[in-house]
Design a protein around this ligand. Sequence first.
Ligand code: SF4
Ligand code: SF4
Length: 205
Amino acid sequence: MPYKFAFDLSRIPRFFFTEIARVSYQKDMHKRVGNSAQRIIKKFKIQEATGLNLSDAVLLIEDLIEMQSRNLVERERFVQAKKKALFLPHCSRKYMDNRCKATFDQNIPSYVCGHCSPDCLVNRAVTIAAKKGYDPYILPGSSCVSKILKAKNYEGVVGVACGEEIRISEEILRDMNVTGQAVPLIKNGCANTVFNIESLIGVLQ
Ligand code: SF4
Ligand code: SF4
């Protein structure tokens, strides 16, 4: 399920994500983070940059902090995991119509990239992940996550998605005792969405 609002953080300075990571680390260390989300919103002029109202901006930033914090908690277990998958969102494909040459395999269920566009984010992620030993999947929604996890015995999963989909997937992973790392979309909207490929490479290690 998507957020009820659209956002685009792709033009926010990179330092914003360092700040999110720093606050997440403090949260993980049980230090007081107080009104960190509101402070970050003000500091990086998130409302001006995205057009979001304050409560939506707070929800978005709090989700990013939570996500990063859980990544920190799970990191060691994730690094130790042997068999790993990468779950990518279908909304980050360069094309959402028949110009996308991916085929959908109902049996998995996942799209399989046809590599039609070298500059497609999903194509780049699939190629990098496969080289690093991950099984990449391109999913139309979080409902596919449990089906894939039931069929394969993955110990670790990297998931790229918007905050709400990541929250749902994290519950599935917890129930199935699979460790995970999340990479958030920095532009949502269910089509032409964007994630940071450098952040993903960092998580894939
Ligand atoms: S590179 Fe792959 S995912 Fe991207 S548009 Fe082409 S077939 Fe679809
Ligand atoms: S933004 Fe992408 S990941 Fe989030 S709900 Fe829409 S299609 Fe799914």
